[in-house]
Design a protein around this ligand. Sequence first.
Ligand code: RIB
Length: 315
Amino acid sequence: MARKVILDVDPGVDDALAVCMALFDPRLEVVAVTAVAGNVSAEQATRNVQTIIEQIDPPRLPRIGCAREPDNGRSADGRHIFGADGMGNADFEVAELHHIHPAEKVICDEVRAAPDSVTILALGPLTNIARALDRDPELASIIGRIVIRGGAVKVGGNVTAAAEFNMFCDPESAHRVFRSPMTKTLVPLDVTNPIIMTYAQLDELPPDTTPAGRLLRRMLPHCFRSHRAEFGLEGMRIHEPVALAALLHPELFQAESMFGDVETRGELTMGATVLDRRTGRKRERPNMEVLTEVDVVGVMDCILRGLRGAVPDSK
Ligand code: RIB
């Protein structure tokens, strides 16, 4: 039986890659794709979720949830990497959708409809998840599992020296989610930074005669250029699909149980994930599984296979 999944995303081209993979994967039943502000504004993130789904025309249509800005605002975005629209400035048209429910309502509905069996793949700031917990405090005990793409353990941050982007955008929500009693897996920069898609690998994507192939090929070139300009990299970091790979192929990672929290206030450390790696009795009781090592070749393979499978006749 396919695993029920909610994708909570802030597209962002790397989020779009993960959505393409997931919506065509027969092992998953994506019940909803909810938008969250992060790489782009709440309004643009909602629009991008609609665009991706419209463009790739998946075999089953998920519910969509719309984003609202985090309560304390955001002091970062990803437009310098993903373009002004977050989608590589690819200028897609999207129909105006009306009556989209707020993301947190969609999350609560879907988890309530299938208690203990929904996995949330949180690929953006944790705003929607914290709001869902506020809306329905019992939710934490019936979410099957949450896989959180964010944080950094032994490596530096990617917004500040200490903070990773998704945590930095809404540290209060991240703190709330980390402290909640859900079953959590953290996919930090330590295991996503090494996963880099090369320009040559564009040839392995579906052809541009397919809906997903067209979408990917219109978005990605911008990101290769921005990665070269920003980081001097001849390739693109694709953080978000790594979290999906972790869900589908946990054997490609090493994990440790740890206690984790998020710094909400520090002048230099706001948004930093603090993971207790001490040994011995003083150690805080672990509250999450943290991925610490990755099989780089295996994960890249899994991502390329997933993207190649994002074609209508692959089922
Ligand atoms: O830290 C990685 C995050 O920053 C991802 O969410 C990606 O979309 C980037 O903007």
